[in-house]
Design a protein around this ligand. Structure first.
Ligand code: ATP
Length: 325
């Protein structure tokens, strides 16, 4: 089955064509800034500017025509509404013009399922840590259940916010990881409430220390150590509670080597296995949207009504019936 997937929940606009599990062509472009953050209307402008160029690029590369496709899949949510709308409108236009069935999928499910497909895991605990999401998830009783999550700001956004404060530009995560290599540990608030975590106070404290002249390197190291330890603790409890022995880390923050190392150590200690997901599939990417489209279509035959398609910016993972699992 050939499926074209469109990703546009946040900073990345991407299009991919896959045939079952095989990638045929992918093109994407990510909004970045030197200073300031991700301003939704600027991100929308970026996506509108790139969508046609990216489509042409993958059609040229794949030597396919749109009418050769069996399915078009797009990210319906959750995400930034101005970004989601660009992907949805583009997907509807392509589906109508080429008479191809359309399915809208949950972006977080797509992250989880590409992780499971690539690592060939059966039933892992998912540590999903991206810009806008921080959730520890496992599949129980026909649905994905959120066992723990960030109560205020997600970890990626928290790192980006701190990066903005100390002048690192966007995205800050990779730069924080580099600076952390030269830092030493300071005391920052470690906030785990039940199975949930809270990063907002840590960022406030780090900002106060920065203003008092504490070195960026020490703050970056301490921020990483504290936040990753909080999430590792909750992940360990989710593994124990669900009696699972596989763990995968997905989302943009999965690029962080130190975080992978901490999760790997914890898994080794309890005879579970940690599966790193290759970087290409960790962050927002359109391959995962195409794969989720195929999985869901094959399992449910659900399709969008092209006259009523809408986005769902606040679509939670635990609202999705994971019939394909
Ligand atoms: P979502 O999937 O929730 O819509 P998102 O669109 O913001 O999230 P992702 O591409 O999954 O995007 O993740 C981007 C985030 O990952 C950014 O916050 C970025 O700072 C962070 N990030 C990227 N690389 C690293 C790294 N090496 N260490 C820590 N964080 C990182």
């Amino acid at each position: 089955m050939k499926c074209l997937g469109i990703e546009s929940t946040a900073h990345t606009f991407g299009i991919s064509i896959i045939e079952d599990k095989k990638e045929i062509a992918t093109a994407s472009h990510t909004f970045t800034t030197e200073e300031g953050g991700m301003i939704p209307m600027e991100v929308q402008k970026h996506h509108l500017e790139f969508k046609d160029k990216l489509l042409k690029q993958i059609l040229d590369e794949s030597k396919l025509e749109l009418k050769d496709l069996d399915l078009i899949s797009f990210s319906k949510g959750p995400g930034l509404p101005p970004s989601l709308v660009v992907g949805k409108d583009f997907a509807v236009k392509l589906a109508k013009e080429n008479n191809v069935p359309l399915i809208g999928v949950n972006h977080i499910c797509a992250h989880l399922e590409i992780g499971r497909m690539i690592t060939k895991t059966k039933d892992p605990v998912f540590v999903f840590v991206s810009g806008a999401n921080t959730q520890i998830i496992a599949h129980e009783g026909g649905r994905y259940r959120v066992f723990g999550e960030a109560l205020s700001i997600a970890l990626g956004n928290a790192l980006d916010k701190f990066g903005r404060i100390i002048g690192l530009g966007f995205p800050a995560g990779p730069k924080i990881e580099q600076l952390a290599k030269k830092g030493q540990l300071l005391d920052l608030p470690y906030v785990v409430k039940g199975m949930d975590v809270d990063f907002s106070g840590i960022i406030t404290k780090a900002e106060q220390l920065f203003k008092k002249g504490v070195k960026k390197e020490d703050l970056c190291f301490s921020l990483q150590e504290t936040c990753f330890a909080m999430l590792t603790e909750v992940t360990e409890r989710a593994l124990a509670h669900c009696d699972k022995n596989e763990c995968i880390l997905i989302g943009g923050v999965a690029a962080n080597q130190r975080f992978c190392e901490m999760l790997n150590d914890m898994c080794e200690d309890r005879n579970a296995k940690f599966y790193p997901v290759p970087l290409k599939y960790c962050g927002d990417n359109p391959i995962m949207i195409a794969w989720q489209g195929i999985l869901e279509y094959k399992s449910t035959k659900r399709l969008e009504d092209l006259e009523k398609v809408d986005i769902n910016p606040v679509w939670r993972i635990d609202e999705v019936e994971a019939t394909w699992y």
